[in-house]
Design a protein around this ligand. Sequence first.
Ligand code: FAD
Length: 374
Amino acid sequence: MSGGVRIGIAGAGLGGVAAAGLLEKAGFDVVLFDQAPAFSRLGAGIQFGPNVLKILATLDGLDKKLEKISCLPDYWVSRKWDDGTVMAKIPLNAERERYGAPYITIHRGDLHQAMLDCVSPERVKWGHKLVDFIDDGQGVTLNFENGASEKVDILIGADGINSRVREKIFGLDEAVYTGWIAHRAIIPGAAAKSLGADLNAKWWSADRHIVCYYLDKNEDEFYLVTGEPAEWTSRAGQLPSSREALREAFKGFHPMVQGYIDATDVVTKWHLKTRAPLPVWYQGRSVLLGDACHPMKPHMAQGAAMAVEDAAVLARCLAELGTKDLERTFRSYHEARKERATKVQSISNANTWLRQPEDPYWCYGDNIYDLTIE
Ligand code: FAD
């Protein structure tokens, strides 16, 4: 029974917002807290596969709304860095019927806004940074940096790689720098088109890559995101970079890639961090999802997808198994998720996904609503 159970979610990223929408729909009294002062159209590009779109379809047809505004690539193309040889051409929307839903590429801010629109606005509290919480066995008292305090029955930690909820449960443990960074830039779609861009491609050399795709239905914006080994000494997670730095990192790459780089204006760089898999994702009345429990390098484009899948499985477990025996409900959630999330985490960290021809059906064809929850 969901009626009357109050669930607090720390973190209104893609995982937390998905959890809020799905739990509200299931009848729970949800409240979503985020440290950010307000929503902003942050980030750049994101890819969401059919495995996620099947979940978003349950949020008032969000899949259809996203399909109207996003780019729908028929194929994923892996190209050799210097001469552009196609190493793999993997069907995405070309096999949409088989996967059971579309594959989209979109601006992360537009996706985030569309997902937030599925949550009642009065349930979202910005400017609430969770600093501490006390689980007294009957409920959880949440304490925020702004001095506010709230009582909930259950706490979901969807607060990302540096999760305060994870830290409180499992202790302070710094995320590990992978030795890799990601440069990110958006160029005009017309510039990419004039160079003959694929809708969705990854150019691979032995030790680095650049992923390139459109961010919208009209192909107005084209996104570049790299993976490259580099030193990182700053405490900041992202820093300004430059076209020249991109040129230097990708010298010798194919003229099409050089053309993309020539068209960049604002270039940023991000450090990529990860953690070893956690043995358990819950304690007492608190439970984790997404990057809070299984952060990964972004090289499979499935990190946020796993956060949304976690949210959907957790929502099912809470609705179908109930909240009287939370140990059982959370154990079922973890049992249902740990193998898949850990597999994706390890492939993503290894950066091997779709480099060579392979069938991605086990990932994209998956439907969490086919799972037996027990
Ligand atoms: P986050 O997105 O990190 O959200 C956490 C939220 O919690 C934030 O809003 C933060 O403000 C809030 N928060 C943190 N601490 C507190 C606190 N104490 N109190 C309150 N709020 C707090 N994934 C894909 O699926 N597809 C892709 O194409 C893709 N591309 C990527 C490209 C790059 C370069 C990178 C770096 C990642 C990419 N990912 C992709 C991975 C994806 O970004 C993450 O896995 C995903 O954002 C995790 O979602 P989350 O909701 O768990 O955490």
